[in-house]
Design a protein around this ligand. Structure first.
Ligand SMILES: [Zn+2]
Length: 258
């Protein structure tokens, strides 16, 4: 991932509120297209210009060729608010985040996230490295990739709720771990859509915790087809199960995993 500094300069007298709105809208649209990562973007205010730092998946993530219709419209909004085209400066590579996948068309891929992630939940099946969302040959829905990010946000919210043992932890756990949940339905629909446009088999991950014993966990069958899905060896130290016909992945309950 790469850190960028972005500067917005006023070309005419303008209202602070209009500028703030236009810049934040531009950042939201970039985020919903996967071109910038994270959710908080402090904006430093100077006399007639504004500066912010952004994290991008690739060095060229902010290249115009990746812009969604919404990003293009947001750029127009900057002009209307009295700002010149943003100036972008490369700062450095980010030590704190994962490197992008080397291949954007691997032999298989998966939708996978954890509560710590800010990176793309579309991961290369060969390396588990994130694939930038704007790299899909077409938008996912309504012109950009927002639907995937909304799925990811909700997945992370559920994971945090179940980890904290909150009052709604069993509902949250169902959402991320069971077929038939709303999040499963949305996630597997996204996988189908991504597979259709990328032509790469796209798997969905089912989280697993609790259970009765290690043996019972090892004998667990695919919840969708009831078939054997245990892998000979764990994949990336996370996945113990993979059902090819159902395109599902899961793990031996984290309570029993060594
Ligand atoms: Zn299955």
């Amino acid at each position: 991932m790469f850190i960028k500094e972005i500067t917005f300069e006023c070309y005419k007298n303008t209202q602070y509120a209009a500028v703030e709105k236009a810049i934040n809208n531009y950042f939201d649209m970039l985020r919903y297209n996967g071109q910038i990562l994270g959710r908080e973007f402090p904006i430093a205010m100077f006399e007639a210009w504004f500066v912010s730092s952004l994290v991008c998946p690739e060095e060229n993530s902010l290249n115009d060729i990746f812009n969604s219709p919404q990003v293009k419209q947001a750029l127009q909004g900057l002009t209307e608010a009295g700002l010149l085209s943003p100036k972008i400066k490369n700062i450095a590579e980010d030590l704190n985040s994962l490197c992008c996948a080397e291949k954007f068309q691997p032999s298989w891929q998966l939708l996978y996230t954890t509560f710590l992630d800010t990176c793309s939940p579309l991961r290369c099946g060969e390396s588990l490295a994130p694939i930038p969302l704007y790299r899909t040959p077409e938008a996912i829905s309504n012109g950009d990739r927002k639907a995937i990010l909304k799925w990811q946000e909700e997945w992370i919210n559920c994971d945090e709720l179940q980890m904290n043992g909150s009052a709604v932890s069993s509902v949250a756990l169902k959402e991320i771990g069971e077929i038939g949940s709303r999040l499963f339905y949305r996630g597997t629909n996204l996988c189908e859509r991504i597979e259709e446009i990328t032509k790469v088999p796209t798997y969905y991950y089912l989280y697993r915790v609790a259970g009765n014993s290690l043996i019972a966990e090892q004998e667990r069958k695919c919840p969708a087809c009831g078939g054997d899905w245990k892998l000979a060896a764990p994949l990336f130290d996370i996945f113990d199960f993979k059902c090819e016909p159902c395109k599902l992945l899961s793990n031996i309950s984290w309570d029993f995993k060594k």
